[in-house]
Design a protein around this ligand. Sequence first.
Ligand code: PGA
Length: 251
Amino acid sequence: MRIPFIAANWKMFKTVQESVVFVKQLRSLVKDASNVQVVVAPPFTALHAAAEAARNSQVGIAAQDVYWEREGAFTGEISPGMLKEAGADYGIVGHSERRRLFHDTDETVNRKALALVAAELTPIVCIGETLEERERGETLAVLDEQIKQGLDGLTGEQVASIVVAYEPVWAIGTGRNATPEQAGEAHAHIRARLRQWFGGDAAERCRIIYGGSVKPDNIGAFMALPDVDGALVGGASLDVRTFADIVAKSR
Ligand code: PGA
């Protein structure tokens, strides 16, 4: 039995103050949704304050990225240990914006995922095809490569506890979500590959969440799919009531 996992990816939005106000409102809005894992990913600057505001609630905290070294001369970077100390429980890696704008590759995504696991943080590993790749019929092959390389070196036991986010790049921030058929096909494929490469237990327990223009009025259709275990929400996560509505409708 996989518990639904609904995460807010705030990207480069929200000050420390705004993050704290949001988390305080969210924790009371979702207190009855005890069978849903609710996570918010604030910018680095607000991680600690958000984690303090979420203390003793069901709201978990994620970083939006990480660097794989423990410490050193890496100007501008943040280590897994630093995230953990700030109060994070999860780290998003491989978001398509990081791949496109900041040159993340499957290899660096893999290093980041391994570093998070080593620090006992849960990676949320993002994968997904571009529009050109989909139109060329390469979607499943692209996902295979991203899974194979991105999760390389993780054990079945570790894969069982991570989160994989399927986010078709063309659906992110466009208002054009994947159809349930498209998401269903991709999620079933991802789970089959996890079964093949990491074993049945890993495949059954790993949460595979959908991201890309998720809103209160489409979350139900995604959650009805057998291999969709939750959502990574961008734009619609910035308003606390809208996000809480998505959480409520994910059950
Ligand atoms: P969106 O973003 O919900 O605004 O499409 C999703 C994401 O980038 O994770």
